[in-house]
Design a protein around this ligand. Structure first.
Ligand code: SF4
Length: 205
């Protein structure tokens, strides 16, 4: 019987920029055929296809070398981040990691791209992604509904300001729940925010 291949998105996790180490590339190579194409996405991920029978073993190997992996499809993508050029603590890297841990891989009506940026310079492009977080001094701003692509590309709207990390996590979680409950099948998050309305989302929190 023909082997089934499962696509997964892989990266080196959240850190100072997007890096892969040689040992991580070597482990990836163990599961790729010579002529297999590897897609490099704008979300700082490599999309690879692994034979289904080797998937669990591959995940273990990825864990060993610090590769992070995510489902491909209608899920929350891994958090796109800036390069944290001013330092881990100052730019909130632990908050970005925790947020990513909580939301990446959650099922949603349509692929959702979250982004994080460690200061208002905005290198992580939070305002043109579905869910965008921007660190502002010691607190966090949350933007929703941004869209980077297409004729109707637009920036997201400020949904909440001056959030403590715990409030940020629970707010994003609740917004994702509302999107799951009220979003139409395959409705993009930015369209959902426009159709359903920011105020109605706020009422349901
Ligand atoms: S957003 Fe700020 S902290 Fe992040 S890479 Fe850009 S300048 Fe540095």
């Amino acid at each position: 019987m023909k082997e089934k291949y499962i696509p997964i998105a892989v990266n080196g996790g959240i850190g100072f920029g997007s890096w892969l180490k040689p040992k991580q590339l070597m482990v990836l190579g163990e599961y790729l055929e010579d002529d297999q194409e590897v897609e490099l996405t704008t979300l700082q991920q490599l999309i690879i296809k692994i034979p289904e029978t080797q998937l669990e073993e591959a995940k273990q190997r990825f864990d060993e070398v610090g590769l992070h992996y995510y489902k491909v499809g209608n899920f929350v993508k891994s958090l796109r981040t800036c390069n944290f050029c001013k330092g881990e603590e100052e730019e909130g890297m632990p908050v970005a990691k925790e947020l990513n841990k909580r939301i990446a891989g959650q099922e949603v009506p349509f692929t959702l791209r979250p982004a994080y940026t460690g200061c208002p310079v905005g290198c992580g492009e939070s305002l043109v992604n579905d869910i965008g977080v921007m660190k502002k001094k010691d607190l966090y701003q949350l933007y929703i509904g941004g869209q980077a692509k297409g004729y109707n590309a637009h920036v997201g709207k400020l949904f909440a300001d001056d959030l403590e990390p715990e409030d940020l996590y629970s707010l994003v979680d609740r917004i994702l729940e509302i999107y799951r409950e009220k979003g139409r099948k395959r409705e993009k998050f930015s369209k959902f925010v426009n159709r359903y309305g920011m105020e109605k989302i706020k009422e349901e929190l």
